[in-house]
Write a new protein. Structure first.
Length: 149
């Protein structure tokens, strides 16, 4: 029997399909929450810095290693983007435009995916979702390997 769905097992049964769909939806909600958090971080950060001075603005990675982490400067870069100061934004983090466009696309994509009920006709979309994030993670890992070494 041909496998026509991401949710269908190789033997043709759908025994664990409901569990896989539930996990996929949990992952989507989690990613949507993270995207919203990162997009709101430039707004939240100044208030949190006033509430917890000396704690909020500290980078744990930088405190442990003495080196900036791969995401250091992104909050300031997003704040500069919110002010439409592109030059300062790129000064804080050179990949800010990539991250900003990625977050915008990710926000739209997560909302659309959460509206669609998983079914065999859309399994290519869900496979694309998994593959695209795998490729992005690999590319970012390569970037980190060559810039932090």
């Amino acid at each position: 029997m041909a496998r026509d769905s991401l949710w269908q097992r190789k033997d043709g049964s759908r025994k664990n399909a409901a569990a896989r769909i539930r996990v996929y939806r949990i992952v989507n909600w989690t990613l949507l929450g993270l995207v919203v958090y990162f997009l709101l971080l430039p707004v939240i950060s100044p208030a949190m810095d006033r509430l917890m001075p000396g704690v909020w603005g500290q980078c744990a990675y930088r405190n442990l290693t003495g080196r900036p982490c791969p995401l250091c400067g992104l909050t300031h870069a997003f704040q500069a983007l919110a002010r439409a100061d592109l030059q300062s934004a790129r000064g804080y983090h050179r990949l800010v435009l990539f991250f900003a466009s990625f977050m915008a696309v990710e926000l739209i994509f997560r909302i659309v995916l959460l509206q669609l009920a998983p079914d065999p006709k859309r399994s290519a979309l869900f496979r694309f979702d998994l593959a695209a994030h795998g490729v992005l993670l690999l590319l970012y890992s390569l970037y980190l390997t060559f810039t932090l070494s």
